[in-house]
Design a binder for this molecule. Sequence first.
Ligand code: FES
Length: 159
Amino acid sequence: MPTPPAPVDLETRLGAILSDHAQLEGPLLPILHAVQAEWGYVPPEALPIIAEGLNISRAEVHGVVSFYHDFREEPAGRHMVKICRAEACQARGGHGVEAAAKARLGVDWHGTTADGGVTLEPVYCLGLCATGPAAMIDGRVVARVDEKRLETLLSEVGA
Ligand code: FES
């Protein structure tokens, strides 16, 4: 699993991120996106620093982080598996692929396997609607995913 940022690095980088966004109206979401782009998640240690920088409460920052599923509160796994949950893929058997992925990995959406290997995320349309169900493995888009193909794909990432 990725190592959390060292406190000094966190404070230095976060200070720069806060000052980069200081002039924005409604800077919290852009700041959180920048933080996640930097570390791959929003480290809990960042919340009080962001709150102080924006003169808002920690609860307010935490509320936004936990409300939006785009923000991760813990590091993602070494591999990212995304499965399309949009309508066309659902109509082509996506639900079975979802269930198989959850069962094989032993996690629910947004979860990471105990060994830190794989994070499972939903995605809503990958542009392969006619050849779904679709998935994305570490940024590689895959069409016509059924339970058997999923097994192969997950084996390839060590799950
Ligand atoms: S609905 Fe799944 S790729 Fe478009």
